[in-house]
Design a binder for this molecule. Structure first.
Ligand SMILES: Cc1cc2nc3c(=O)[nH]c(=O)nc-3n(C[C@H](O)[C@H](O)[C@H](O)COP(=O)(O)O)c2cc1C
Length: 208
């Protein structure tokens, strides 16, 4: 854990068609503006190429985000705070992000994932399509890591507009509803809160 105010934040996400990627970029940019050193990383794609090619939006997004580095375990090890993002898959996180979390086992076994801040963000096609269950599923791993979960809660007036205290989320209506100002505001609120709480944790740990 950093002992200065410049905390390290890893934004690690999976996105097929760009919704979660847009949230991830906003969170990463805001965390950087708030004074953090930031790594934006995407979970490795695991789907067969034929499945990607069968969906033009997925294939286009894969090309557009090819330059974003693929997340490695070192990114979670390096970070003081990890913001995980995943679209919902039947109310759960994607296998791609889950695979990333699963390969963190050796770091977990060494206790290297403890005492960090964790926070999550998601998107779904429909309003009650599983955003909260996805975020809660995501947070399960953080408990096992010994992490400190920092959700946005209703800590800002804007949270009563977007309505999701568990994490930033967006309803994309199968691509018909791109990420909007409400979701971007939520992303900024969450990023700033994570940086602030991580700075507080870092300075507290430095004195303990
Ligand atoms: C296999 C699969 C399962 C999905 N399950 C759900 C679901 O349970 N509820 C929902 O609202 N959307 C579901 N979706 C839609 C995506 O979660 C949603 O469109 C998401 O915003 C896409 O994010 P992305 O653009 O970052 O890939 C599913 C999509 C796929 C491909």
């Amino acid at each position: 854990m950093a002992t200065t105010n410049q905390v390290k934040v890893a934004v690690i996400y999976y996105s097929s068609t760009g919704t979660v990627a847009a949230l991830a970029k906003e969170i990463a940019a805001t965390a950087g503006q708030a004074g953090a050193e930031v790594r934006l990383r995407r979970a490795e794609e695991l789907a067969p190429q034929a499945a990607i090619d069968s969906n033009p939006a997925w294939a286009r997004k894969a090309r557009e985000t090819a330059d974003i580095p693929v997340a490695t375990p070192d990114d979670a090890d390096w970070a003081d705070a990890v913001l995980f993002g995943s679209p919902t898959r039947y109310g759960n996180i994607t296998s791609q992000l889950k695979q990333y979390i699963d390969v963190l086992g050796p770091l977990w076994a060494q206790g290297r994932l403890a005492d960090k801040v964790y926070s999550g963000f998601t998107s779904s096609a429909t309003l009650h399509g599983g955003q909260e269950s996805t975020l809660l599923a995501l947070y399960n791993a953080a408990y096992h890591f010994g992490g400190i979960i920092v959700p946005p809660g209703y800590t800002d007036a804007s949270k009563f507009v977007d309505g999701n205290p568990y994490g930033t989320s967006h309803v994309d209506a199968q691509g018909e509803n791109p990420v909007d100002e409400t979701a971007l505001t939520a992303a900024r609120v969450q990023a700033k809160r994570v940086v602030r709480m991580t700075q507080a944790l870092a300075s507290g740990l430095a004195q303990s």
